[in-house]
Ligand binder design. Structure first.
Ligand SMILES: [Zn+2]
Ligand SMILES: [Zn+2]
Length: 138
């Protein structure tokens, strides 16, 4: 089913679902945010670095992938189209990324506040920085 959605998004933009694009999509599927270095190492010799960068760029432009900025670095993961909407907790000490437990009140609150500012929200990102349990104990 996820391939159908992926195919539809690509098609709408005049692109097709090639083996390589499907392979890179598979590397993202079911995973949390990954750095490009991790993605490249997981791809092994199957896809070269330039192709991965180009594909991620295309995926990002088409809303398939979300880029998460962590300081001057970034990680990528599949967008809300392919995952349940969620937020992240970033450990600034060890780099671990944990999903924030979802809470409908938080989501409603963001929309309500946006509406109060006469704004029609289409989406949002929210990244939280701090120390994970292990690092805060250390
Ligand atoms: Zn940590
Ligand atoms: Zn949210």
């Amino acid at each position: 089913m996820q391939y159908e959605t992926l195919k539809a998004i690509l098609k709408k933009n005049g692109s097709s679902l090639t083996h390589t694009r499907r392979y890179i999509f598979d590397l993202l599927w079911g995973q949390g945010p990954q750095s490009m270095a991790v993605l490249i190492s997981r791809a092994g010799d199957k896809v070269d670095r330039a192709t991965i960068y180009r594909t991620i760029e295309l995926f990002e432009r088409l809303g398939i992938v979300t880029r998460i900025n962590v300081g001057w670095k970034y990680r990528v993961e599949l967008s809300d189209v392919f995952t349940d909407h969620h937020h992240h907790l970033h450990c600034t000490n060890c780099g671990k990324v944990i999903d924030l437990p979802s809470n409908p009140m938080l989501e409603t609150m963001i929309d309500t506040l946006s509406a109060k500012a006469d704004f029609s929200p289409r989406g949002h990102t929210l990244e939280i920085f701090g120390l994970c349990p292990a690092c805060s104990r250390a």
